[in-house]
Design a protein around this ligand. Structure first.
Ligand code: FAD
Ligand code: NAG
Ligand code: NAG
Ligand code: NAG
Ligand code: NAG
Length: 475
């Protein structure tokens, strides 16, 4: 997610339709104490918790912190060495931070409360300095590309008016049956139907990482460039005042202490209507977790769910997901002025959409000569070497556009793949998401994360808050 171009402040009168029904929960009994080894080997440690959360990205970390705050015992299981998922912060040799993953937040209650919980101050993010310095260049050749023709402000306002017709998109995937036609058109068809060509650049600069975006079912674009995001464009996004969003997850890790297992993978699982047993492999040995409830907050691809005890229904639904590939870097790109952002545009493509795999944008950081490079792999699973080579090739094309760039040096690399999980429009029309949502609560298992709502941290915190209050605490 990214928003470097500010064609417009959307002038909208807005009513907020979301109300959270907070219900104070009662909680079910713990699992029967049954110390017998479930998975054929004796774990070195066994723990009992009200809730086990798997996946310590935006959604899972929020769930774990809130559950503890509301008096539940919890354990959070994360495969990597740190929490945060798509949130990454690079520190230069002098210790100055650059966020090169999640960058800005919608200013909603959950986001401000979550940061306030850790006493991390937020500030407004102002894009105007940078967006005025945008240069559009085809990074395959260095050729300059003109800005979109037509009235961008007008097209964006019409797009947002269409969004207002589908308020339930802000809440998850509770789509009506039949699913409205606009939502299952491809992005290409939708643009043509509503004459929104002038809005494509703005939308696609924000909606990054999807792959072949013109063929995407429109509902994914609308859930990404959502009404909440449009509000952010109008009244500002928030970001950590230190410009180091990773601090949020560092603070969460400190607070969770022994209740977080890092570098931990699921080695076995047995769920039933009375609870879950999860065997987790950690660097200090296997841990058997007995939990009353399980929250799964990872991308639900079969590949990521090895050793989970999936039933036929779960396997059939998760097996339908395809995914895209998305990468980021921090690079030292001397020769490009610090107030200039480089937008990769296709000189000869529909709506000048950049060609994938390729760079989306080189965005200047607070530090002279350092840029974040956002990179789309499209449908290609690339190696780190391939990504870095293509980014460097793209940067060197800037010489043909008149920039005296030195050989770019890559200072940090982030692999955000698998990024977006999607199914075809026909599956959505047939009720894929209705069936997916019917899994919530089965065998005491609940799901959150981007595949269940949107790639939007603040929106996921709101979604997770509702899941806790309306399902996890109530069932
Ligand atoms: C480059 C980039 C920039 C973005 N910028 C913004 C932005 O500015 N603002 C914004 O709101 N959103 C932004 N987003 C979207 C981002 O907010 C969401 O994608 C969000 O991170 C999704 O959270 P999640 O918890 O669903 O998934 P993730 O953050 O991906 O977390 C999933 C976690 O589960 C772990 N995991 C996976 N499999 C397993 C397993 N089998 N066992 C244990 N752990 C596992 C992963 O290691 C990861 O930590 C951006 C995303 C990217 C990639
Ligand atoms: C977020 O919204 C609140 C309430 O409307 C406001 O007080 C605060 O200043 C906003 N914060 C930022 C960083 O925009
Ligand atoms: C573009 O559209 C907006 C909103 O409809 C309008 O206010 C503005 O005058 C238009 N600009 C031009 C140059 O036509
Ligand atoms: C970036 O490159 C310039 C010139 O090549 C060099 O002077 C500077 O130290 C580099 N900065 C970092 C953080 O590597
Ligand atoms: C991409 O390829 C790597 C190396 O072959 C593999 O480990 C990884 O699982 C693949 N990722 C995805 C999302 O398919």
């Amino acid at each position: 997610m990214f928003f470097p171009v500010d064609p417009t402040r959307l002038v909208l009168v807005v009513s907020i339709w979301l109300g959270l029904a907070f219900s104070l929960p009662s909680f079910g009994p713990n699992l029967d104490d049954d110390t017998e080894s479930t998975f054929g080997k004796e774990p070195s440690d066994a723990i009992t918790r009200d809730v086990c959360v798997i996946g310590g990205g935006a959604a899972g970390t929020y769930a774990a912190i809130r559950l503890r705050e509301l008096g539940r015992s919890v354990v959070l299981v994360e495969r990597e060495e740190q929490l945060g998922g798509h949130t990454r912060t690079y520190y230069d040799p002098e210790g100055r931070p650059i966020d090169y993953g999640v960058w800005v937040y919608q200013n909603n209650t959950e986001a401000s409360n979550f940061f306030a919980h850790f006493n991390i101050p937020l500030t407004g993010q102002d894009f105007s300095r940078i967006s005025e310095g945008s240069q559009r260049i085809d990074l395959r050749t260095g050729q300059r590309v003109p800005p979109p023709s037509g009235n961008v402000t007008d097209a964006m306002m019409r797009y947002v008016q269409i969004l207002l017709q589908y308020p339930y998109l802000s809440d998850g995937w509770d789509l009506p049956d039949p699913v409205p036609e606009d939502l299952v058109l491809s992005f290409r068809e939708f643009i043509e139907k509503h004459d929104l060509g002038a809005a494509v650049e703005t939308i696609t600069l924000y909606v990054q990482g999807l792959g072949d975006i013109l063929s995407y079912p429109m509902v994914y674009i609308m859930k990404y460039f959502s009404f909440g995001v449009a509000l952010g464009v109008q009244s500002g996004f928030s970001t950590s005042a230190s410009r180091a969003n990773g601090e949020l997850f560092q603070a969460a890790r400190n607070e969770l202490g022994d209740d977080v297992l890092l570098s931990a993978t699921v080695a076995g699982m047995e769920r039933s209507d009375s609870g879950a047993r999860i065997l987790v492999a950690t660097p200090s040995g296997d841990v058997l977790i007995e939990a009353d409830k399980l929250i799964i907050a990872i991308p639900p691809l079969l590949k990521q769910l090895e050793n989970f005890d999936l039933n036929d229904q779960e396997r059939e639904l998760f097996g339908q997901f395809g995914n895209s590939y998305y990468y980021t870097t921090v690079l030292n790109l001397s020769g490009v002025p610090n107030e200039v952002q480089i937008l990769n545009r296709g000189a000869d493509t529909p709506y000048n959409i950049p060609v994938m795999p390729g760079t989306y944008v080189f965005y200047p950081s607070q530090i002279q000569t350092l840029f974040t490079g956002f990179f789309g792999g499209g449908s290609q699973n690339m190696t780190e070497d391939e990504v870095i080579q293509t980014i460097k090739d793209n940067a060197l094309q800037l010489r043909n556009a008149g920039f005296d760039v030195a050989d770019p040096e890559i200072l940090a690399y982030g692999n955000h793949s698998p990024f977006n999980l999607f199914v075809p429009a026909e599956a959505i029309a047939r009720g894929f998401y209705r069936n997916l949502y019917s899994l919530q609560g089965n065998r005491r298992t609940y799901y959150t994360g981007a595949a269940w709502h949107a790639h939007d941290s603040a929106a996921l915190w709101k979604f997770t808050e509702r899941l806790l209050n309306e399902r996890v605490f109530v069932d």
